[in-house]
Design a protein around this ligand. Structure first.
Ligand code: SF4
Ligand code: SF4
Length: 444
């Protein structure tokens, strides 16, 4: 298949990175990519969907990777997967003989192995320059569900209308399900038997990078998990902190031990982010040297500094995120042309083991199988967000009262911009449309 044809298919079918920031997949399809990496690192504690999906559909995913490699003229494809995911590793090994250009790259059970910069280094020993994107090292990274969506679009003309999602934590039966995009968090949690917490708090995503959401929030193309926890759980309390209090606590008790920087995965790879320097400058309000503030742009928001490293329970990641948001709002662009320092020798023994992270977060209790169930899930109503990926949001092409079918495009992508269309995930009638979303109710 020609690259332009593949790009067109990925665009028309609304394929965004199925997790993380949701970069449109077509934007990564580039002939400069000599190495395609399948990201099956899945390092957020408790989330299991990608390894389960790879185990169940290894052949389809490998065939899509081979097709992508052919279209992009890539020299190699590496399946980046943790050795611990034995079922998925075995499934891939069983299919590998049919795909000579594809190999397995085993990863340690560390966090954040799924961060593209970390993943590329682990598999190729190349460091993505600070502020740059993977293609600068000749690599393009796609996660498992994204590639599965490419397979479905190319082989069966199916657009992205469903999402694999792990439901874990304070639920009766942790599970991984395939749900219509736009289904509410509350309805998805019911598929896991309902909540067991007295005062539940919902987190969209994993415990490290996920955000607290409401039960009426909806699943999008980038939702990977719903974690339900008690409101007094340390993970929840950390995510509920506010900047003013976080800063006061930093002023009162940051002892400059530097543990946050010593364990920062980006710092260990030579990127110029040093959270302890930022904490000192922010706590003292010292702006004579602006580098600690500007260098926050190189933080990946992985959360190692505040969820694992800091023994004082401080919140460098959250404060850094506030600073980054302020810089962006003020029109400060990502610094370019910055070179990474040499990778630190200490990196080899400063990787964060997932089992220790899980224990530190108080989540061992919830580390249960969450078996994948692909049986059909029906929704009474879905709310399709027009902006589900990086770039310009889609523009609605339906109006109130229109009948729509599952798979029908209801929002077209914006011309001449990085943008993706959105599709209805159910048969139904459009009940409301505004600039942000389309509400569709199933017909009785
Ligand atoms: S680990 Fe905590 S106390 Fe130590 S320098 Fe970092 S923020 Fe300060
Ligand atoms: S969140 Fe903290 S540990 Fe992670 S990259 Fe940013 S500063 Fe480093």
């Amino acid at each position: 298949m020609e690259l332009q044809e593949l790009i067109q298919i990925a665009k028309e079918n609304g394929i965004a990175g199925a997790g993380g920031a949701g970069f449109p997949a077509y934007g990564k399809m580039d002939k400069r990519a000599k190495t395609i990496i399948l990201n099956c690192a899945e390092c957020e504690p408790l989330l299991k969907l990608h390894r389960q999906l790879l185990e169940k559909h290894a052949y389809e995913i490998l065939s899509a990777l081979a097709l992508m490699a052919d279209a992009m003229e890539a020299e190699q494809v590496i399946i980046g997967i943790k050795e611990a995911y034995q079922g998925a590793v075995e499934a891939v090994k069983t299919s590998l003989s049919d795909f000579p250009g594809i190999s397995i790259g085993l990863l340690p059970e560390m966090y954040p192995a799924g961060d593209e910069v970390v993943l590329i280094y682990e598999l190729t020993k190349k460091v993505v320059p600070p502020g740059s994107i993977p293609i600068e090292t000749g690599a393009a990274v796609f996660n498992v569900e994204t590639v599965y969506n490419i397979y479905r679009a190319v082989s069966h003309h199916i657009p992205v209308t469903e999402k694999y999602i792990t439901v874990a934590g304070e639920v009766k039966h942790p599970t991984t399900r395939v749900v219509p995009i736009g289904m509410s968090v509350e309805e998805v949690v019911k598929l896991a038997g309902g909540v067991t917490a007295k005062h539940p708090v919902y987190i969209m995503g994993g415990p490290m990078t996920g955000n607290i959401c409401g039960k009426y929030d909806v699943i999008t193309k980038t939702s990977n998990g719903i974690l339900v926890l008690e409101e007094n759980h340390p993970v929840v309390q950390k995510k509920q902190g506010n900047a003013r209090i976080n800063l006061k606590r930093a002023m009162a008790s940051c002892c400059q031990c530097q543990m946050c920087t010593d364990l920062c995965p980006r710092n260990l790879l030579g990127h110029p982010i040093a959270p302890h320097l930022f904490m000192r400058a922010a706590a003292e309000g010292d702006v004579r040297d602006t580098r600690p503030f500007l260098n926050t742009m190189f933080c990946s928001s992985c959360g190692v500094c505040e969820m694992y490293a800091c023994s004082q329970g401080l919140s460098p990641r959250s404060l850094i995120a506030e600073c980054k948001a302020g810089l962006r709002a003020g029109g400060v662009a990502m610094p370019k042309g910055i070179k990474a320092a040499p990778v630190k020798d200490a990196r080899s023994y400063r990787k964060v083991p997932v089992h220790r992270l899980r224990a530190r977060l108080g989540l061992d209790l919830y580390d249960l199988p969450a078996v994948l169930d692909e049986s059909k899930v029906t929704a009474r109503e879905v709310k399709i967000k027009l902006g589900q990926s990086i770039g310009a949001p889609a523009e609605a092409v339906v109006s109130c009262g229109d009948k729509v079918a599952a798979g029908q495009m209801v929002g077209k992508c914006k011309e001449d911009a990085l943008s993706l269309p959105v599709h209805s995930s159910i048969d139904g009638v459009v009940k409301a449309v505004n600039a942000r979303e389309i509400l569709i109710a199933a017909e009785p």
